[in-house]
Each structure stands twice: as structure tokens, then as C-alpha cells.
Design a protein around this ligand. Structure first.
Ligand SMILES: Nc1ncnc2c1ncn2[C@@H]1O[C@H](COP(=O)(O)OP(=O)(O)OP(=O)(O)O)[C@@H](O)[C@H]1O
Ligand SMILES: [Mg+2]
Length: 313
């Protein structure tokens, strides 16, 4: 999906110096960013009319080879996918090697099921064999623990201080702030950070707390959808791994099977490429179950949480 010639946003119809400057300030500094934007986003960023924004998007799309790719091209792109290890062989195997870049992976489960522990592990293990790698941790529940990172780094033979330096942490104070932080990841990348991983822990807690009552459900789902689209877009454009966590709620009408279900319903489920259900197992172990993967069989793994991260039992 490369631009045909060296075309830039100033080659778009109706984009003069002033508009171009506003677009760049708004983060729309290349044709790809415009091609995948919505008219509303461009209107907000540059003040152009919606009609003009539509024309810009159309033009950017035709300047880019954005339509169909051959299977070979997809295959080539898939070769660039990096798999981030969990430290547990059975967990990695279940995922086909680890948590993938270019996709959104979701872990959902009850409190203490290890969602946050895995987030910490990934922030460290993405740095193994990749000294430039940067991890972003969007922390909504104040659960990021530097000392935990140091333990895991030491376990993997990395320098704990250097490892911490390569993790950019931001507290998200509400859902709007969380959405904004996800959009800001592109700025980190533009500033030269080789972001390989973006953690959102928890994806749904703010949304769940802020939108209570049946009347607000549609708005909540709409915002959550937009947030996940932002994440999916950066995962795809920058080949980075998105790891999000999600709580479960009791399903009062469940007579059979598991009496819980993930928050966020179809919106979260459909936007996540990999979904893992985590639960507590016997004797302090944890059980992960892969659900609905595009290319892997549904399967389970058992692991435990240790000082060095997580590992096979
Ligand atoms: N250093 C450690 N060594 C072993 N186990 C640990 C260590 N640190 C934390 N744990 C275990 O990890 C568990 C907490 O897991 P985690 O915080 O990842 O849960 P969670 O799924 O994120 O839950 P929540 O829904 O509350 O956010 C606790 O049971 C705790 O005992
Ligand atoms: Mg947690």
C-alpha cells in the first residue's frame, strides 16, 4: 500500500498551505492517514467542510494503491508480523507463537485472573532481541508497577532500568482521555519511538463506569467502537501489537456453561483478532482459553504467575 509517486497531502485537491498545516498539526501528515480517516475527523482537524473532506479522502484513496492486495502481498505483510512471547511455552503455542503485531488481542476474565500480569510480561518481552523496542502502557486502573517490570526484566536477563525507560506509561483518567491517549501513540512513533506494543489495561473499565443505565448503552458502544478502530488502525499501519484487557460480568440467565461474559459485547469481540479467556485454575494456576481465532484451533493452556513473569506449570 505505498504511494504511487512521492505524493504528499499538499497534492490533494483543495489542500493549500493553511489547510495542509492544520492537517499536519492534527496528525494527518501523510496520504495514508487521510485515506483511512473519516470526514468528521478531517473537518475537526482542519475546518474544511464535510464535502471537501470527502473529496480529500477519495483523492487520497485513489493516489494510494489501497484496493485489493494479492494474496502474495498479504503473505509478505504477514512475514513482518512479530510474535511477542508470554514466557509460558504452552501459552505461546496456543497463540501460534505469542501475541502478534498487526492485531488486537484481548484477554478477559475475573479479577486476579492475570490480565495485568500478562500486560507487564509483554512490556518486557517485546524488548528481548529488539533493543529499540518501546512499549506503551495506557493505565486506566493505576495497576502499572515498575517494580514488577524490574523483576520480569531481571528474569529475562535484561537491564531493569533500561527496560523501564523503554516503557511509556500514561494514566487515563476517563474514557475520553483514554481515547485521546490511543490517538497520541502516533505522535510517539513520529518522535522516533519504535513502538511494538500498546497495552490498554483496562479497555472497558472507564466505559463501564461512566455509561450506566440502559439509555446510555448505544453511546457507550459507539465510543468503544471508535476507540477500537483507532487501535486497529495503528496496529495495522505501524505493525504493532495491541493488548487490551477486559472484565467479565455475571450472566444471570446462564444455566449451563460459564456464568460470566465479557464486557463490551460484540463491539469488543468483533474488533479483537485474538480473544483469550483467563480463569483461575487448581492450586493457584491460571487457565487461558483461545476463542475464535482466525487461523488457530480453540485450545487451552495452563500456567502460573511467578516472580519472573508467567511460566508453564
Ligand atoms: N510477583 C508475583 N509473583 C507471583 N504472583 C504474583 C506476583 N504479583 C502478582 N501476582 C499474582 O497475580 C494475581 C493478580 O493478577 P492480575 O493483577 O494480573 O489480575 P487481573 O486479571 O488484572 O485482575 P483485575 O480484574 O482485578 O484487574 C494475584 O493473584 C497475585 O497473587
Ligand atoms: Mg488488572
Amino acid at each position: 500500500m505505498a504511494a504511487k509517486k512521492e505524493l504528499g497531502i499538499e497534492d490533494l485537491p483543495g489542500v493549500g498551505a493553511a489547510t495542509s498545516e492544520k492537517l499536519i498539526l492534527g496528525g494527518f501528515d501523510n496520504l495514508m492517514a487521510i485515506a483511512v480517516a473519516t470526514p468528521g475527523e478531517l473537518t475537526d482537524a482542519s475546518g474544511v467542510t464535510e464535502t471537501a473532506a470527502r473529496k480529500m479522502i477519495q483523492a487520497a484513496r485513489s493516489m494510494m494503491d489501497m484496493g485489493f492486495q494479492s494474496g502474495n502481498d498479504v503473505f509478505e505483510k504477514r512475514k513482518k508480523v512479530i510474535k511477542i512471547s508470554t514466557g509460558s511455552e504452552s501459552f505461546d503455542q496456543m497463540l501460534g507463537g505469542g501475541f502478534e503485531t498487526g492485531a488486537i488481542s484481548e484477554c478477559f476474565g475475573q479479577y486476579g485472573s492475570s490480565k495485568t500480569q500478562i500486560a507487564h510480561v509483554l512490556c518486557v518481552s517485546c524488548q528481548v532481541n529488539d533493543p529499540d523496542a518501546v512499549a506503551v502502557f495506557i493505565d486506566t486502573e493505576n495497576t502499572f508497577r515498575p517494580d514488577r517490570i524490574q523483576q520480569i526484566a531481571t528474569g529475562l536477563g535484561l537491564d531493569p532500568e533500561e527496560t523501564l525507560k523503554r516503557i511509556k506509561v500514561a494514566r487515563a483518567f476517563n474514557s475520553d482521555h483514554q481515547m485521546l491517549l490511543a490517538e497520541k501513540v502516533e505522535e510517539l512513533i513520529k518522535d522516533g519511538n519504535a513502538v511494538r506494543l500498546v497495552v490498554v489495561d483496562s479497555l472497558t473499565a472507564h466505559f463501564r463506569a461512566e455509561f450506566v443505565g440502559r439509555g446510555t448503552l448505544a453511546e457507550r458502544q459507539q465510543k468503544l467502537n471508535k476507540h477500537m478502530h483507532t487501535l486497529a488502525k495503528i496496529a495495522d499501519i505501524h505493525n504493532l501489537c495491541i493488548y487490551v484487557t477486559n472484565q467479565v460480568m455475571a450472566k444471570p440467565d446462564a444455566f449451563f456453561g460459564d456464568p460470566t461474559e465479557a464486557i463490551g459485547g460484540n463491539i469488543v469481540g468483533h474488533n479483537s483478532t485474538f480473544r483469550v479467556y483467563l480463569r483461575k485454575g487448581k492450586k493457584g494456576t491460571r487457565v487461558g482459553k483461545l476463542i475464535d481465532s482466525p487461523n488457530l484451533p480453540d485450545s487451552e493452556c495452563v500456567f502460573e504467575i511467578v516472580t519472573e513473569g508467567i511460566r508453564d506449570v
